[in-house]
Design a protein around this ligand. Sequence first.
Ligand code: PLP
Length: 394
Amino acid sequence: MNFNTNFNDIAENYLFAEVADRVAAYTKAHPDKKILKLGIGDVTLPLAPEVIKALHSAVDDMSNAATFKGYGPYEGYDFLRKNIADYYKLNGVDLELSEIFVSDGAKSDLGNILDIFSKDNKVLVPDPVYPVYVDTNLMAGRKVAFMDATAENGFLPMPDKKTDADIIYLCSPNNPTGAAYTKAQLKEWVDYANKRGAVILYDAAYECFISDDNLARSIFQIEGAKTCAIEFCSFSKTAGFTGTRCGYTVIPHGLNKDGLFANKLWFRRQATKFNGVPYIVQKGAAAVFTEQGRKEILQNIAYYKRNAKIIAECMDRLNIWYTGGTNSPYIWLKCPNGMKSWEFFDFLLNEAQVVGTPGAGFGKNGEGFFRLTAFGSEEVTKQAVERIEKLLKN
Ligand code: PLP
């Protein structure tokens, strides 16, 4: 027996595990100190009442032989896929139900999608970005090339004459930078991918934070995307499903090459390795799209956006350079006084007991930057901002 030695190529500790380790060590040494966490991108508000109602009712369905559900469809129940298709229609995107696959979250699908692509594809990933794209490719033995996302290009790299990629990851609104592509910018990527015969793996997990109509909510709003893109979406940040687990992936029938269709390959893959998302969870997710459910989740998103504003205003007062926070729940800031990311992390933890996420953990271009999340409670956000301001004022 031999293990997969590709694991030797990935950093031993996943970013948030390292953050957790350092926080745990600090807490052990200083049990009396109250730590305020604006680090990991987890939500804090409970599920919307409409979702809870649907979950309860689905549990009742399971108690009755007439409404009990066993194995569900691999690709998700039609009642949920229909709601998702209707939601896309609001943004001018027509989808067939068979183009929508319900999953237990975007992370699983982002990793698993690699099953349908051959090993020799050239992979291009923005730097910095959500670490899952890189690590899943490295585990599978693929080499990854990076495109620089910097303050100069607004953290939104664009294709140019040197771009040479078969699988392109785009994350918009971006984790960690909060930057989001305009429709015009995405059109350039779609044109590149169609010309090259490449695929764009488009992570739209933070789509619900977009408030500017020039920005794309879905890559399928862009003409030509249905022959070159796969979109990953999640109820985690939209509706607080981080612990409930539900997402969906859109694979258009138009994405094909040499007689192979991405949609069919994915269906086959899911049918082999996945037995669907719990009926109860899908019922809860479907409630997100009802009139009342939509109203409630928009209120939650507005709450997080207010937190983002509280953090952004603090950065303004401290004259600290930052981006994000308007179409995303993340504030991406330049570490003050030329500090490096982990240096600033330790400084904030030790001196103010505030936890953020070091930008360097998202890629080399993240060095010297730091991410704060708006997903905390309003109370914790306000307290953290107060402590940061006190610490950095002079
Ligand atoms: N994509 C991005 C960009 C994320 O930041 C996250 C979670 O933080 C995910 C995907 C994972 O989403 P899910 O909870 O649906 O697995």
